[in-house]
Design a protein. Structure first.
Lengths: 369, 369, 369, 369
C-alpha cells in the first residue's frame, strides 16, 4: 500500500491539463533560436525535479549539484548563479564586476548595447563605452580606443571589457584571441566578461573544452546561455575568478533575477551540461548553418557577409527576394536598408528544413533573373 | 509514413535526461509555498506548448490566447503581460503606473518594502511611502498618513496605493474594503496596484469572482501570482484600467522580465486559469491552513496571532518548542525575538501532513509543560 | 604704472551691473534659514577668490587650503569634498558609504526620507530603512528595529546609520548619545553618517568642539552644511574615517555635484571655518530661537512641542491665530492638521525681529481669548 | 536715525573676511573657460540680491523676474529653471524630455557622452545612442544612423536629438542647419535638445539673435550655460516648447539641482542677460580665439584642425613643443597620442595674453626646427 506521504493525491481528478495545444509543432523557421521550444530531455528534467518540497531561492539540491557539474567544465573555482534570461545574466554579471562609477568597453554591435532596451544603463547604472568593429569582435587595439582616462573623474572608469562568443554576427573568437584580449585588459586593471548566450555553439565550433577559451584564457565572468540551446528558460552567471565579482546573490535578487523555485532552472542546466546535450544540440545547429551556407553559396546573387562559424548565416540578397521568402519561412532583415538578412539555426532545425529553404532561395532567385 | 517535418528526429538517441533526481518527493514542510514544486497539470501544459517554432518575446499563440482567458476573469479591458517572478511583476507594474517623480504608498509590511532587496527603489527608481499597520492592511485613514504634499516638489508625489491580497500576514481585504480604498485613492488622483502573489488564495477564501475585488472594486493594475500556486515559474502584470499604466512591454523588457520563449509562461498561466486549477489548488491550501489552525487551537500555549484567512498561519509558541519542531518540519521564524513563526500551506500539502504536524506540536508542547 | 597682466581691463565699460535690486532687504521672517541671504564676510570671500585663472574642478588653491582648515576642526584624517547643496551632500556621502545592495537606517523624519524628493533612492539607488521616533533622534534600540537580516539577500543590507544633528525638530544629540550610537552601529558592521545641514547650530549649542560629537564620537562621514549658515550656496562631504567612504570624487561628479569653479565654494567654507564666523552666526541664530521660545512661553495657549536646543522653535497654537500671524510674518505650518508651526531663526534675525514677533503673537492670542 | 529693521547690525564686528587670497589674479592660461573667475558685474549682482529674506527654492523675486529677461531672448513661451551646473542642466533637461524607456541621439563627442561620468545614464537612466561625426556636428543623415526601431521594445526608443552649440570642437551649427535637424527630428516624433554650455559664444559668433537658432529653428529645450561665461556658478534649463518637457521642477529637485537660495543663481543670469554682458564677454573670448588662430597660422608646423568659430582653438603641433609650452601656459592635450591640443579663451583673456602665447609658440617651434 502506498504511503500517503510518498504518493500524495494531488488536488485534481484529472491528468488532463486545462491548457490546449494552439500551434503546429511541425512549423519551424530561421528567425531565431529563441523561436524553438525546449529539448525533450530538458522537459524530462523538469519532471524529474518536481514533487515534494525543496528550499526556495537556490538552497535546493539541484542548484547545489549544479555547482559541481559546471566546475567540471569551467574548473574548480567556478561559481554558478542561475538566472532567468540573458539580459538578466549580463546585467547581474556586469554590476557585480564594476563599481558605481565604472564603465564597460564593448563592441557597438554587442547585445548589451543594441538589444537590451537600455537595461544595462537603467538597471545596472552602467556606462557602456562602445567601439565600432568590422565583425562584432574586439581586439586589443579596438579596446584601447576606450581604455583611457582611468583616473579621470569626468569619465566612467573603464573596468570591464565585455565580449560576445559566438558574436552577434555569428563569428568566433579563437582561444588565442581571447587570451590576448584578457591579458591586455588585465594589464590595464580591467576584468573580462564573456556574454555566452551562444557559448555552446562556440565550444562546439571550436572543438575545444569550453574552459580553453574562458577560464584558461583569462575570462573572469561568463553569462552562460541556456535558453537558445533548448531550455524552457534559464541562463547562469558563472564566476570564474572569485575576485572579479562581488555579491552576485544580492545583485541577482535586486535585479529581479532570483527564481523562487530555482531547482527548475538548475535541473535544466544540469540536463544540458551533465552529459553532452549542450554540445550535441550546438553541433547540430552549427552543422545546419553550415549546410545552409554551403547550399546558398551555389546560388548566384546571394552573398554571405560574415564568416559562418556558429549557428547563424548573414546574407545579402535582393530585397524583393527576401520579402517573398519571408512568406514561406520566418526570418528577419538584419539591416533592411542594406538588404541584409539573418538566418538562425537551432537544435531542432532538420536537414529537410535546410534543403527546403535552399530550394526556395534558389527558386526565388531564379524568378528574379 | 511520417513526414520528416512533422516528426523531426531530434538530435538525441535517448529519452533519458542527463539530469538525475536528487531529492525525496515525499518530503514536504511548512516553510513556504515556494518550496512546493509544480502541479502536474502545469508540467503537462509545458509539454503541450513544446515543439516547433513560435515567435519569441510574446508574439506567440499561447500568449495571444491567454489574453482571452484572463479577460474571462478580469473583464474585457484586461491586458496581460507575463513575467518571470513576483518582484519583477511588482516592479514592472509600479514603474508603468508612476512618473519618474512618483511615490507608492504601501504598508510597512508590504513585500515590496521588506523582501525585494530594494528592487523597487533601485530598479524602479520608486519612492515607497510606508505606513505602519496592525495586520498588513491599509485603510483610507492609514493611506492619508502619506497622501499629502501632492504639489510639493520636495516630496515624492503620491501616485499609487499598493495593497497585497492576501496580505503578507495571511489576512484578507473584503471586496468592500478594497472598493473603499480605491475610491479614496482615485479621489486624490492616485491609482491602485494590487500585489496578488497569492490572489488565488484570496479569491478562493472570499468565494467571489476575482473581478469583484479587483476590476469591479476599482483596482487599476494587478500583479497576478502563479509561482506560489503551482507554476514552475511565472507571474503576470494584468492591467485592468488601460489609462493607469504606460509602456508595460518596454518596461518589462528593460526591467529584465521579458521571457524569450514566452509561450512557456503563458501556457502555464492558461493551465491555471482556463479551468479551475488555480481555485482548486488555492482552496486546498487554504483548507489545509484552516485545518492546521483548528488543530493547534486546541493546544494550550500556542497562540494564533492573525486571523487565518488564506493559506498561512502565524503563531506564537515557546521558542524552544519551535526550534525542536524545526528539526522535524521546515518552517521559519517570522519574528524570532517575539517567538513568532509562520506556517505556510501549499497546493500539495496533505491532510496527513497537517495531522502529523499538529501531532508533533501537541507532543512538543506537552514536553514543555 | 599698472602691468597689463596684473590689472586686466575687463571687457566692460561700466561698474554697474545689469541686474537690479528687486527686494526689500529689511524684510525678514521665520520661514526658513534658507530664506536668509549670505553673510557679508562670505560675499567678501567670493571677491577675494576672484580674478585670474585657477584650475577647475577642485584642483585650485582654495580647495587645497580648505583641507587644512577643516582638519583643524575635525582632525587630521578629515578629507573635504565641497558640493552644491544639502541633498547633494547627503546623496554623495551615502553612495560612497554603501554598496549597491546596501540600506541606510534613519529616522522617519530624516530630511533624506521626507524632503529630498526621493533623490537618495532614485539617484543613489539606496534603500532607506526608516524608524519612527518621538523627537527625530535615533537610539540604539530604535536602530535595532531595522538592524537585522545582514545576510539575507531578500533585504537591503543595513550598512549605514544616518542621523541629523541638529535634528529636523530642532533637537540635539549629546556627544555621549552619538558615541553610543556609533559604537552600536560599528559593532554590527555599520557605519555612521551625520547629516549636518545645521551642524554649526549643534556645535554652538553644545558648546564643545565639533569633533567631540563627530570624529571623536565615531562618526564616519559628515554632510557639513554651509548654505543655511550664511553661504551663498555650498556644503561639503567631510570624510572622517577614510575607510568608510569610497570614490567620493567620482560619485560627486556623476551625481551632478562637481562645481567647475570650485574655488568659489571652498573660499566660502573657509570664510566660515577659518575663524569663528560659523559659530558666531550659529550662536546668534540659536540665541534668537531661545529668545523667541522664552518670549512665547509667557503666552497662554502657545505650546512649545520640542525642546528648543538649536535655531528652530516648534509650537502648537490656535489655527486661526497662526493664519493671522502669517499675514505679518512668513513661517510654515509643520503639521497643519495638528495646528503645529515651525519658526526658524537665522544668522541675520535681530532681537527686534523676535520682539516684534512675540508682540504680535501675544496680541493675536489676546484677540483670541 | 537708522531703523534697526532696515539696517540690521549683523553679528560681526569686522568687515574683514576670515578667508585669505591664495592665488595670483594676474595669472591666466588657455586650459579652460572654467579656469576663469567671475565677471565683476556678476559679483556685483550677488551683492545686490543679498540681504533680507527671500522665499527659498525659486519663489523669490529674482527668479520671477528672470522669466521675463529670458523671454526677451527666447520668446514668450520660454520657461527658465536655474540649476547649479552644466551636467545638471543636461541631465534635468533630458529626463524631462524622455520617457523611462527613451533614448537620446547625440554625437560620440558630445559632452553628455564623454565628460559627465556617466551621469545621464546613472542619474537620468537614459540610453545615449551615439553617432561618430567628423566635427562634433550631427546632420539629418547622421541622426538616421540611430533613428530607427521606434516600435521595438528591445531598443531604447529614440525620443530626443541632442546637439551642442557651439560644439565640443569649437565649431558652430548655422541656424539653417539646426532648422533642418529639428524638422528632421520632429518628423520622426523626436524632440531637440541643445546643450548650450557655450551658447553665448555661438550667438556672438553667428551675429544673430539667439532665438534665431533655437526657438525659431525648432529647438525644444536649451541647457543655457552661464558658468563658462563669467558666472560664479549657474546654468538654466530653458524650455522653449512647453509640450516638450514634463515636471522640470520635480526632476530638478530629485536630481540634486535645486538651489535653496535660488535668488543668487537667478540674479547672476539676469546680470548676464538683462543687458549685453553675455554677448560682450562671448564676443571678447571669440575674438581672442580668432587672434590666437591668426597668430599661429603664421607659424609653420602648427596645424589648426577644426574651424575656429567660437572661443576654442584645436591644434596639432610637435609633442615636445606642446610639453615645453605647458610649462609656461596652462592648457590641455585633447588627444595626446595624436599630439592635438585645445586652447580655450575666456572673457578675461587679454590681447597681451594672446600675443605672449603666440610669441612663445613661435619661439618654441623655432627651437624645434
Amino acid at each position: 500500500m502506498a504511503d500517503a506521504r510518498t504518493e500524495p493525491t494531488l488536488n485534481q481528478a484529472t491528468t488532463e491539463t486545462d491548457a490546449r495545444r494552439r500551434h503546429d509543432p511541425a512549423v519551424r523557421g530561421f528567425a531565431s533560436d529563441n523561436y524553438a521550444g525546449a529539448h525533450p530531455e530538458v522537459l524530462a528534467a523538469l519532471a524529474l525535479a518536481n514533487g515534494g518540497h525543496q528550499t526556495a531561492y537556490g538552497e535546493d539540491d539541484y542548484t547545489a549539484h549544479l555547482q559541481d557539474v559546471v566546475r567540471g567544465h569551467f574548473g574548480p573555482s567556478a561559481e554558478t548563479f542561475p538566472v532567468f534570461n540573458g539580459t538578466g545574466s549580463n546585467v547581474v554579471a556586469l554590476q557585480a564586476m564594476v563599481d558605481r562609477w565604472g564603465g564597460v568597453i564593448c563592441a557597438e554591435s554587442a547585445h548589451i548595447n543594441t538589444d537590451e532596451g537600455g537595461a544595462p544603463e537603467r538597471v545596472g547604472a552602467l556606462k557602456l563605452l562602445t567601439v565600432a568593429t568590422p565583425d562584432g569582435k574586439l581586439t586589443p587595439e579596438l579596446v584601447d580606443r576606450q581604455a583611457f582616462g582611468f583616473d579621470d573623474e569626468h569619465r566612467a572608469m573603464p573596468q570591464v571589457v565585455s565580449i560576445t562568443q559566438s558574436t552577434e554576427y555569428g563569428t568566433l573568437y579563437t582561444p588565442g584571441e581571447i587570451r590576448a584580449l584578457c591579458a591586455h585588459a588585465h594589464e590595464r586593471g580591467m576584468k573580462v566578461h564573456l556574454d555566452g548566450a551562444r557559448i555552446a555553439n562556440a565550444a562546439a565550433a571550436l572543438g575545444v573544452p569550453v574552459r580553453e577559451f574562458t577560464t584558461d584564457a583569462g575570462v573572469d565572468v561568463v553569462s552562460f546561455g541556456g535558453t537558445k540551446n533548448g531550455m524552457v528558460f534559464g541562463e547562469a552567471v558563472v564566476v570564474l575568478n572569485p575576485d572579479a565579482a562581488r555579491a552576485v546573490k544580492r545583485l541577482r535578487k535586486l535585479s529581479l533575477q532570483l527564481a523562487s523555485k530555482m531547482r527548475f532552472v538548475s535541473v535544466q542546466l544540469e540536463a544540458l551540461l551533465a552529459g553532452d546535450l549542450w554540445l550535441r544540440s550546438a553541433r547540430h545547429s552549427n552543422a545546419m548553418a553550415r549546410r545552409l551556407a554551403d547550399g546558398v553559396s551555389a546560388v548566384d546573387g546571394v552573398e554571405i557577409i560574415y564568416p559562418v562559424q556558429a549557428n547563424g548565416v548573414f546574407a545579402r540578397l535582393p530585397h524583393d527576394v527576401a520579402v517573398r521568402l519571408q512568406k514561406q519561412f520566418r526570418f528577419y532583415f538584419w539591416d533592411e536598408a542594406a538588404s541584409e538578412v539573418r538566418w538562425m539555426c537551432s537544435f531542432d532545425t532538420t536537414e529537410e528544413d535546410i534543403d527546403a529553404f535552399v530550394g526556395a532561395i534558389t527558386e526565388e532567385m531564379a524568378r528574379e533573373a
